[in-house]
Design a protein around this ligand. Structure first.
Ligand SMILES: Cc1ncc(COP(=O)(O)O)c(C=O)c1O
Length: 393
């Protein structure tokens, strides 16, 4: 081998794999553990001197956890990944690692709803003030940074409204002011966006989505450089976070096929987005990879591809007509968690969760996840749905 850096697809197949440590078995086994035994007092004392990365107690991770973490980190050029029990736990743990009473948090207005609730309840109760900012603010974020601002948080694109943020400009302003920049990168996955290379300090994943990829396990990941790792781990340990070994195994198994699944999610997503953009019932499609999308230029600059999740705004229609469309879908399920192999179609209400930049859609906003089904079958299902909608309109 030369020193040529390995491409993502190769890393997906090999990173974190140590078959010779397990009788040559390709996949690392699921190690369940609470108790870890030490052969001698000296060995015990040696191991517990530094709990980070050592196998001393089940909650601190087992070789299954470490295999997942080692496989993910290099995909984003991170020094470390930390497995968390859910995506929301990853967000909460990262925020609580850097925010203290009296601190100020700048949060994108397009953030995933439960993160907003966390800010407005638990963080507020701790005396941490949140200002929601316009996701399209770009370099002007600098004007919102105060002496007390500790964290600037991005989610790009926003997972309901799909605005693309100027990651580089926001991260640069945060760095200039000595703040920690965090970004939820669940939509793009580690394959289509590399936040740390764009100036972000902490990259966060709801690995429940595309990394697990099979709609069956909850998992979060926090990726960082060396400088933040020990601090993050210490806080996560203190809070008792612990990703379950079976779920780490499923996440690692999902990760190995991420590139082939994502290529299909991307292709079908684009095909459906283009088809929907031509429909008379649709006011607009919210998909940054479409050339007409307001976020297209930034997406092209900072992302290597698009996943299968996007939005659409319908022309005004009665609620009963929308219900007739959605209730009768046969292939598109109605569910919140996306990133699995199956397609989803759901009404969302971003207008109820915005304070900095309003969301004034022409009609109902929907979110579509393009699964791995045959695209022609999906279009037929949508076509029949629109026929039901028209029949009731
Ligand atoms: C963008 C985004 N971030 C974070 C989360 C939270 O992930 P989890 O459901 O694994 O807690 C979700 C879940 O839907 C999400 O869509």
């Amino acid at each position: 081998m030369t020193d040529r850096p390995l491409k993502d697809e190769t890393l997906l197949a090999h990173a974190g794999n140590k078959p010779q440590a397990n009788f040559g078995i390709v996949n690392p086994p699921v190690y369940h553990a609470s108790t870890i035994l030490f052969p001698t007092v000296a060995a015990l004392e040696d191991m517990i001197k530094d709990k980070i990365g050592n196998i001393t107690y089940g909650r601190f991770g087992t070789p299954t956890t470490f295999a997942l973490e080692a496989a993910v980190a290099p995909l984003e050029g991170a020094d470390h990944a930390i497995a968390m029990p859910s995506g929301l736990a990853a967000v909460a743990g990262a925020l609580l690692s850097f925010l203290r009473t009296g601190d100020h948090l700048l949060m994108t207005d397009s953030v995933y709803g439960p993160v907003r609730s966390l800010c407005d309840t638990t963080l507020k109760g701790l005396g941490i003030e949140t200002t929601y900012y316009d996701p399209l603010i770009g370099a002007a974020i600098a004007e919102l940074i105060r002496p007390a601002t500790r964290v600037v948080y991005l989610e790009s694109p926003g997972s309901l409204t799909f605005e693309v943020q100027d990651i580089r400009a926001i991260a640069a302003a945060a760095r200039q002011a000595g703040c920690v920049a965090m970004m939820d990168n669940s939509w793009a996955t580690p394959l289509f966006c590399k936040p740390l290379a764009l100036g972000i300090d902490i990259s966060i994943h709801a690995a429940t989505k595309y990394i697990v990829g099979h709609s069956d396990a909850m998992m979060g990941l926090v990726l960082c450089r060396e400088v933040h790792y020990r601090h993050l781990k210490t806080v996560m340990h203190g809070l008792g976070y612990c990703a379950a070994p079976d779920d780490c195994y499923l996440a690692l198994r999902g990760l190995r096929t991420l590139s082939v699944r994502l290529a299909r999610h991307q292709a079908t997503g684009l095909l459906l987005a283009r088809w929907l953009a031509e429909r008379p019932e649709v006011a607009r499609v919210l998909h940054p990879a479409l050339p007409g999308d307001p976020g297209h230029a930034l997406w092209q600059r900072d992302f290597g591809g698009s996943s299968g999740l996007f939005g659409l705004v319908l022309k005004p229609c009665p609620p009963a007509a929308l219900a007739a469309m959605l209730d009768g879908m046969t292939l598109f399920g109605m569910g919140f968690s996306w990133g699995g192999y199956e397609s989803l179609l759901l009404q969302t209400k971003p207008e109820t969760m915005r304070s900095a930049r309003g969301w004034t859609p022409e009609g109902p906003t929907l979110r579509l996840h393009a699964g791995l089904e045959d695209p022609g079958d999906l279009i037929a299902d949508l076509e029949a749905g629109f026929a039901r909608l028209r029949a009731c309109a």
